[in-house]
Design a protein around this ligand. Structure first.
Ligand SMILES: Cc1ncc(COP(=O)(O)O)c(C=O)c1O
Length: 498
């Protein structure tokens, strides 16, 4: 099929501070009849803040024009691997905005906010059901914070048993970058394990690294190649034999949810990325939510409080009675809005629906992989013939050798087709990696559009590589000078001379 290009809006939009005029206002609230409080003079501004003065229409047009010069899931495909930029149903957004949730002060007495505590409690319960764990906290604000919490729990557990010489965490080289960072932040020495050519954990290297100084084995499964570790049971038996814990980075849960339970794979601790699997918006810096689940004997170490239910009195409450808890890791209820979206998504889909969601994500990734593999100039390295889960890596090394066009050039050129770039140069174990994750939401037409775009880029590269070097041309901003961006960045309005 012929690849369709898309012209992005290109407004000559000024900064909001360069618009409007004195006295213009978007909205003037009524004076309220509350006496003015005197502010401590040290806190008072010496002169009025320079704020934009614009009418409501100017403001709305400004925001809409900026949004038209942007790319999002609501505009076109967003196959950014490892980030799961999937479509999140709008109904979940509406539910999260209900006044009953949004207007409730988290300091209100438990009896007043029964519904909110119930949401947290129910989310804990469904995540327990999906994984088989004995306890879940929804406090952590992101996947990486969940990992850090998991490492602190690991530490607290070993210390409670007097096992203080456990100072290492084993991390395969296919792990997400946050895994070694979280283990190191918790004070552990990180030992990287190599992978086999199938992207699996090298079992001999694991065996050689295991001893009684290992605190945990931390694996991203499916890993950053989209490959499920088939020896996970065997690995967990080996790790447990040495008294270490099995940690699952469950951020890629989209690829296995509803099909396998984490406890059945032998995991003791796992974090989830609600903003990747269960309808939280991902990107723009959050807010995220990275709940952590643990097996029964680790529940006492979870952050406190946990949401709890007193069946006798039919009352929800916060349970602070966890004497070995690692303590609070977030104020109030964590990123509560994301918890609401996740619960709504899980309830709307049900068990069957979640499994279908997972199967569709896996089918889409494998369909795309098979098509991309056949494009001249591309290869799908490692794990020949092994199906992927929710994402896969394509590499344009053959194209680069013949034309000079690399993964970065492709990531830029694909923008002219109304498609967001895949993740590039990650994971680092694959040269010129394009990590592609279509997600379950895309139709076959959209998947074919990605294939057509990649094929046309490759064909053009063979004809005349300069065409690709000059792309994107149809985006609001064209190709930028990377040297200037890195060496002479203009980071403030004042510096730009405006
Ligand atoms: C596999 C994996 N682990 C961990 C993380 C870290 O999650 P967060 O960005 O919420 O900190 C991500 C991010 O998307 C991820 O893809």
């Amino acid at each position: 099929m012929v690849a369709q290009k898309r012209q992005q809006a290109r407004w000559n939009e000024k900064l909001i501070t360069q618009k409007g005029g004195p006295g213009r206002r978007a909205f003037i609230p009524q004076q309220i009849e509350v006496p003015r409080a005197e502010v401590v003079s040290a806190w008072k501004r010496q002169k009025a803040a320079v704020l934009p003065e614009v009418s409501e229409l100017e403001l709305v047009r400004h925001i809409v024009r900026l949004s038209q010069m942007n790319h999002g899931v609501d505009v076109g495909p967003y196959p950014l691997g490892s980030c799961t930029m999937k479509y999140n149903p709008k109904v979940n957004e509406r539910i999260a905005r209900f006044d009953a949730f949004g207007m409730m002060h988290p300091d209100a007495p438990d009896i007043v906010q029964q519904g909110n505590i119930e949401v947290l409690y129910r989310l804990q319960e469904v995540l327990k059901g999906i994984t088989g764990f004995g306890g879940v906290t929804v406090q952590p604000a992101a996947g990486a914070q969940g990992e850090y919490v998991g490492m602190l729990i690991t530490k607290a557990y070993h210390e409670s048993r007097g096992e203080t010489k456990r100072n290492k965490v084993l991390v395969p080289d296919t792990a997400h970058g946050t895994n070694p960072a979280s283990a190191a932040m918790a004070g552990y020495k990180v030992v990287e394990l190599p992978s086999t050519e199938n992207g699996y954990v090298d079992l001999e290297a694991l065996e050689a690294a295991l001893d009684d100084t290992v605190a945990a084995f931390m694996i991203t499964n499916p890993n950053t190649l989209g490959i499920f570790e088939p020896h996970v049971k065997e690995i967990s038996e080996k790790v447990h034999k040495y008294g270490a814990l099995m940690y699952l980075d469950g951020a890629n849960f989209n690829g296995v949810v509803g099909v396998v339970k984490s406890v059945d794979m032998g995991f003791d601790i796992q974090h989830f990325n609600l903003h990747k699997t269960f309808s939280g918006p991902h990107g723009g810096g959050g807010p995220g939510c990275g709940p952590v689940g643990v097996v029964d004997h680790l529940v006492e170490f979870l952050p406190k409080p946990l949401a709890a239910y007193d069946a006798e009195n039919d009352r929800y409450y916060f349970d602070y009675d966890l004497p070995k808890s690692i303590g609070r890791v977030h104020g109030y209820h964590g990123n509560f809005g994301i918890a609401i979206r996740a619960l709504a998504h899980i309830y709307r889909n049900g068990g069957e629906g979640l499994r279908k969601m997972c199967e569709a994500a896996v089918l889409n990734a494998n369909y795309l992989m098979e098509k991309v593999k056949k494009i001249k100039g591309f290869s799908v390295p490692l794990a020949e013939g092994i199906p992927r889960k929710h994402e896969f890596i394509a590499s344009p090394v053959p194209l680069m050798r013949e034309t000079g066009i690399n993964a970065g050039d492709i990531a830029k050129a694909i923008l002219d087709y109304g498609i967001h770039s895949p993740t590039v140069y990650f994971p680092m174990i694959v040269k010129e990696a394009l990590l592609i994750e279509p997600t379950e939401g895309e139709t076959k037409d959209d998947l074919d559009a990605i294939v057509d775009a990649l094929r046309e880029i490759a064909e053009k590269a063979y004809e005349d590589a300069d065409i690709i070097h000059s792309m994107p041309k149809l985006t609001a901003k064209g190709r930028l000078n990377e040297y200037d961006l890195a060496k002479n960045p203009v980071l403030s309005q004042r510096q730009s001379g405006d």
